[in-house]
Structure formats: structure tokens, C-alpha cells
Design a protein around this ligand. Structure first.
Ligand code: FAD
Length: 380
């Protein structure tokens, strides 16, 4: 099923992304997940194929399009590629670059955005710190002004593509306490004092690298600051709203894949002399999965449409993320159940999807924080 907002343009993007995923990801995805890494070369291949630039304006080297185009491309990559870790690793630019495109200077777009979209340079977003991720206003990484540089000291953790990133778009404290003292700066790999302190092992998303980073008196030019000093908090919040919809879209895609795998298996597998689809209980499981996927897709699609119309949809985006997250956990759990013992085996795709699904109530703002956003926008 497609989103209601889709046009022929979306269909063409789906076809391109599907072809790319079938050729470049699917044959190796399972192996990369086990190896906890995909080849770094894939970033360049995806950029050359024009996939990385979807959703970015042509003035910065993108293919044009908007969030709706990003959503359908991502869905095809997940479904046809069958390796969520690879897709989220390849897509880390999707949260690292938008603040630069929106609030950076043309020079910053040329230096940082274009090389990612055209050549496959790797970008990561670094907000979360070992001391906490939900309370963004409490960021502790310090940036002290010293002439025409900031001297940055602190640490970030759980950073997607952090180990291999050419640069990170990082939130740092340039001012006093609270949300009004935070700036965004681009910190480049190779800057003395910038170190990948740990590559983290995770429950799911194995093929994507997730890292802890350390900044030890890193000297970063003021020219790398994105937007006004101490003005990052609203930029970060705006970025989150889009990220939440992208994550909701990933949940829909993962669930769709788990559902398709379950139908296939239930038709092939026999018990008591008939295929599993011969049991009403299996058919009802599949029907519940299909219904919840359709509901999450409908809400996610509506939220995307409203965002693209310029409406204030932060609350709706948070609702979509929670609904899609719960749906994805439910669907992947049911998929494992339908697969029986094979569903618990590492060789089975739905076993991996079940683990991948666990990230979504945590990453990009937890389930509880989404409810805080909803409570605020609903003004209880
Ligand atoms: C695989 C993975 C990839 C990630 N990628 C990135 C990335 O690329 N860049 C990045 O910056 N971050 C990234 N993150 C971090 C992610 O965004 C944070 O984990 C998330 O925001 C939660 O922060 P935390 O882990 O510090 O949990 P905490 O903030 O410590 O929260 C712990 C628990 O307390 C609850 N809680 C906290 N505050 C409240 C409250 N006010 N009301 C009710 N409950 C509350 C939370 O909901 C949660 O259940 C990633 C995380 C993972 C696991």
C-alpha cells in the first residue's frame, strides 16, 4: 500500500530506490548486519545513484523533492534492501544536514552539504550526551570562545555513523545554562582532540555504526557555527519534528516487510496437514498486523501532508511516531510468533527486524517525551 499523498513522481522514486536496494544492499545485507558494518564505499555509490540527494534543494547539490519523497525512498530501501542497519547508517545525513541547509550560509552548504550529496561524504548529528539525551536544554559539552575559534570539550554518545563520519553537526554550550545557551557547530574529523572513544554494540541496527565521541579542547573555527550563537534550540526542535516522521516511516516500512515475510512463511509452512494460513488464528494475526500497519501509515501520511502544508504539526508528528512505534513492535512480535522456532533464529529476517524495532520508542525522542510533546500541544 502507498501513502495517500503519492504521485507519479513518488512512484518513480520508489522504482529507483527499489532497484538500488535490490542490487546494492539485499545481496549482502544479512552479512553486513552480522559483521556490524557495511562498506564505506556504499555512501559514494548511493550519492552517485542520486539517492542521497532526495529531499534536498538543487542549490545545495540535491535532487529536489521534500519529506514525502524521502519517506517513500526510505521505505523501498528498507523493504527491498532487507537490512535496516544499512539503511539507517546510509541515511544519517538526513538528520545532520537539514539544519545546515536551512540555517547555514551558502559557503557552509558548499563545504559540508554538497560533498555529502554528490560524493558520499559522511555526516552525523551529535546531540545526545552520556549524561542524557531527552533533556536537550541540559547539554554540557562546552564551547569557549578563543579569538576566531571555539575550544570544545565534552562527549557525545549513541551517534549514528559517528565512527565513520567526516564531520558531526554538534550541539554545544556557548552560553549560560538552559535552552538559550546552545549553538550548533560542525566539527570535522581530523580536528586535533576529536576522538571516537567507543564503537557501541547494540540490540539491533547492527550494520549501522553507533559511536561515543570525545572532544578534548578541539579548536573549531567560528565559521563552522550554523546560525546565530546560542540560537540552536529551535533549530534542533525543528529538525526533531522531521526526524520523528522519518522514524515513523521507517516503522511502517519495517512492519510492512515483517508482514510480507509472515504471509510468505504462513503459506509455505504446514502444520497438522495444512498451511498455517489454513488456521483462522493465523489469518486473524495477519489481519491485525495489516490493520495496524494501515492505521500507522494513514496517520504518518497525514502528519507529513500537514507539515508540508506548513501547518504546526509537532503534536501530530509525535502521535504518528508513537503509534507507528507501537505498531512496529506489535507486528514484528507477531511475525516472530508466526515463524515459530525459526522466528527465534538469527538466520531469519523477522528475528532481526524484531530487534531493530526496539530502537524506535527510544531514538529521536522517547515514547515518554513524545507524550510530553503531545500534552504540550494539546494544552491539558
Ligand atoms: C541506536 C541509537 C542511535 C541513536 N542515534 C543518535 C544520533 O545519531 N544522534 C544523537 O544525537 N542521538 C542519537 N541517539 C540517542 C537518542 O536520541 C537518545 O537515546 C534518546 O533521545 C533518549 O535519551 P537517553 O538515552 O539519554 O535517555 P534518557 O533521557 O536518560 O531517558 C531515560 C528514560 O527516562 C525517560 N524520561 C526522561 N525524561 C523524561 C520526562 N521528562 N518525562 C518522562 N520520562 C522521561 C525516557 O523516556 C527514558 O525512558 C541514538 C540512540 C540509539 C539507541
Amino acid at each position: 500500500m502507498a501513502y495517500l499523498f503519492e504521485t507519479e513522481e513518488h512512484a518513480a522514486i520508489r522504482a529507483t530506490a527499489r532497484r538500488f536496494a535490490q542490487a546494492q544492499i539485499a545481496p549482502h545485507g544479512a552479512e553486513w548486519e552480522e559483521a556490524e558494518e557495511f562498506p564505506v564505499e556504499l555512501y559514494r555509490i548511493a550519492a552517485t545513484a542520486g539517492l542521497t540527494g532526495i529531499g534536498y534543494p538543487e542549490r545545495v547539490g540535491g535532487q529536489g523533492g521534500d519529506l514525502s519523497h524521502v519517506m517513500v525512498a526510505c521505505e523501498e530501501l528498507v523493504i527491498a534492501g532487507r537490512s535496516v542497519g544499512t539503511v539507517v547508517g546510509l541515511g544519517s545525513h538526513g538528520i545532520a544536514l537539514p539544519p545546515i541547509v536551512r540555517f547555514g550560509t551558502p559557503e557552509q552548504c558548499e563545504r559540508f552539504v554538497r560533498p555529502c550529496l554528490a560524493d558520499g561524504k559522511i555526516a552525523a548529528l551529535a546531540i545526545t550526551e552520556p549524561g542524557g539525551g531527552s533533556d536537550v536544554a541540559a547539554i554540557a559539552t562546552r564551547a569557549e570562545l578563543a579569538g576566531d575559534h571555539y575550544v570544545i570539550t565534552g562527549a557525545k554518545t549513541f551517534i549514528t555513523s559517528g565512527a565513520r563520519a567526516d564531520f558531526v553537526t554538534a550541539a554545544v554550550r556557548t552560553g549560560g545554562p538552559g535552552h538559550a545557551g546552545i549553538s550548533l557547530v560542525v566539527i570535522e574529523r581530523g580536528t586535533p582532540g576529536f576522538e571516537v572513544s567507543k564503537k557501541l554494540k547494540k540490540t539491533g541496527w547492527w550494520a549501522s555504526d553507533t559511536a561515543e565521541l570525545r572532544f578534548d579542547a578541539c579548536r573549531v573555527p567560528i565559521a563552522n557555527r550554523i546560525g546565530p550563537e546560542n540560537g540552536a534550540f529551535p533549530m534542533i526542535m525543528m529538525n526533531f519534528a522531521n526526524e520523528r516522521l522519518m522514524l515513523a516511516g521507517q516503522c511502517v516500512a519495517i512492519a510492512e516487510l515483517a508482514y510480507q515475510e509472515s504471509i510468505r512463511y504462513a503459506r509455505e509452512r504446514s502444520a497438522f496437514g495444512k498451511p498455517l494460513t489454513g488456521f483462522q488464528v493465523t489469518r486473524h494475526k495477519l489481519a491485525d498486523m495489516a490493520s495496524r500497519i494501515a492505521a500507522a501509515r494513514a496517520l504518518t501520511g497525514e502528519a507529513v501532508t500537514r507539515v508540508l502544508r506548513g501547518e504546526q504539526a509537532a503534536g501530530l508528528a509525535a502521535m504518528a511516531k508513537n503509534i507507528a512505534t507501537d505498531m512496529c513492535s506489535f507486528v514484528c512480535d507477531q511475525a516472530v510468533q508466526i515463524h515459530g522456532g525459526y522466528g527465534y533464529m538469527r538466520e531469519t529476517l523477522v528475528e532481526r527486524l524484531y530487534r531493530d524495532a526496539r530502537l524506535y520508542p527510544i531514538g529521536g525522542g522517547t515514547r515518554e517525551i513524545m507524550n510530553e510533546v503531545i500534552a504540550k500541544t494539546e494544552r491539558y
